[in-house]
Design a protein around this ligand. Sequence first.
Ligand code: NAP
Ligand code: SF4
Length: 673
Amino acid sequence: MPAYPHLFRPLELPGARLPNRILMGSMHTGLEARPDGMERLAAFYAERARGGAALLVTGGFSPNDAGELGPHRAQLSAAADRDRHRVIPRAVHEAGSRIVLQLLHSGRYGYHPGIVAPSPLKSVINPNAPRELAREEIAQTIADFVRAARLAQEAGYDGVEVMGSEGYLITQFLAPRTNQRRDEWGGSLENRMRFACEVVRGIRSASGPEFIIVYRISALDLVEGGLTGEETVRVAQGVERAGATLLNTGIGWHEARIPTIAQAVPRAGFAWTARRLKQAVGIPVIASNRINAPETAEQILARGDADMVSLARALLADAEFAAKARAGDRAGINICIACNQACLDHYFVGQPASCVVNPRAGRETKLVYAPAAQRRRVAVVGGGPAGLSCAAVAAERGHAVVLYERAAELGGQFNLAKRVPGKQEFAESIAYYAERLRRAGAAVRLPCTPAAAELEQFDEVVLATGIDPRRPPIPGIEHPRVVGYTEALSGSAAIGRNVAIIGAGGIGFDVALYLLERESRSQVDAEAFAHHWGIDRSPGAPGGLDPAGPAKPQPAHRITMLKRSHTPFGHTLGRSTGWVHRLELQKNGVAMLKGVEYRRIDDAGLHVAIDGAESIIPADTIIVCAGQEPRRELAAPLERAGRAPHVIGGARLATELDAKRAMLEGADLAARL
Ligand code: NAP
Ligand code: SF4
């Protein structure tokens, strides 16, 4: 009996038999518009196709100029675009899978001056206001979609995905929030869904019965003035009649203030929306968002919530997810931890997407783990993210690796991170890397701190010894009410009701969240999540929003966060996730003080001055989250012995250390050893 029988049941489509129920969802890779983008994309998709995903979806390509997301050209509108694309479907077909191209018209979400929309209403997340589409322009835009689909077909794609969710143009036609037209494209739902249906109908009639048309529906808008569940069902039925082959689901507009894919969302937290659609249409329905493990996917299918599952970031984290799941090798799967740090956050700053836990993602042609020419003895000191990544790749390349870790367990800072609400997925990464080490035959010594002399026997020594939390020289810092973030997060220190947090970087936010949300089930249970964020699951709720709003928190602590600089709070957090953390803390009444000078700590609390005004923060507990210093005490004795160690991760540079840099440095060094 296979481990995941529903996941590996074939699915019959007109003219195609998919070998399993795994669709690789569309992701912005940031490569689409680069000069070498098509070749790199071909390698990226081919690796995922070889890994067993049945059907892949590309990142979004606009059918015309107005629909572009940004100033970079990710467009399919001319023969030259078509010819550039050919390499992608060819590579995927050679790898034994199928691929559809996503057609995305951004409407009012585009970041350029030429944006258009059904009505000239500006979005809160875009400084540019759109121009209202004239009626003849609407007809032309539909024709542009159809032309793009034909070009995709000529390029060799198996189909297209029509992006009708996340608040882009098609959704802007659908929702009263953004469509105030009085002609045949606005007003009644029938009129508002005409654009979506005409796009699908046009593509179907131009491309024949076997061309796959995935329609990505907004299963839950999560904005005021969005569709109700009942209206969404009617849209689904409309696009089915118009000729869609598959119904994929998208959740939430980009301007929604409810997390949809971040760590705050439980696994499969939105699968219920797919179920509502599946009960109303005859074509297969695809569930999406936070499906990152095969057992999660299997449960969705076994429950009958959906016919397929969309895995996107999960396949960035592990290109071989499907093949490993088919083999029942759960322990061998590198699980996406939903951090967004190297994927979505990269896209926002114009960098190609990669993955924190899989640095090779997006670097398939550059970061190559070739077998080592000569087997060397390699010592890696430190079993945190940098050391784990380095030791695993080095051992897999054939080196004889010994990993030393001074704690009783592997994981380093990941062991603290996994205690933060929503970050429990970090435990998966530790288990996965430990398993890779075991399979590659690396020796793991723990708890063990090697002497420099012991390390001299190795050909290569890698110091990944991490960091020490910084203890700022504030008078009274030794006071018993002062606690380090390590003790706070590990639960080893008693924390009073009134808390002051010194430092407001990622860890200051994590600590505040830990204190306020550690009892919450919202990150692991879909119903608790809906209650927490004010989602109404009944079919008549506009936008799926509860009119009463999110649950009112009852914070267990009164928290004040402080920092010396004047920069906005949370500005160092990820672009796609920082707002979630800020919102949580605001809801819990966390006070945030910047421009602070720390004077002293005593029995009265934390004495500070802000703009010259002295005050006391009457804190029972003061938690220090003031950054880190590198820990590399082994470097000097090794250098004295004539052995230059490789220093990576926090041990090399503690400033702005994060898991992404640590794991990349580890893998990059190991690929060169
Ligand atoms: P951090 O982001 O560098 O923040 C350190 C904080 O300490 C700053 O707010 C800084 O603010 C303050 N500080 C620095 N030196 C100080 C001193 N001598 N006295 C008093 N305050 C001082 O470091 P972190 O919060 O420890 O995070 C470590 C790394 O982990 C970061 O790179 C972060 O990106 C990563 N991380 C990320 C997340 C995430 O959600 N993305 C979560 C956790 C950790 P002032 O200088 O203004 O006082
Ligand atoms: Fe998942 Fe984080 Fe990797 Fe993105 S960077 S794919 S969210 S683990």
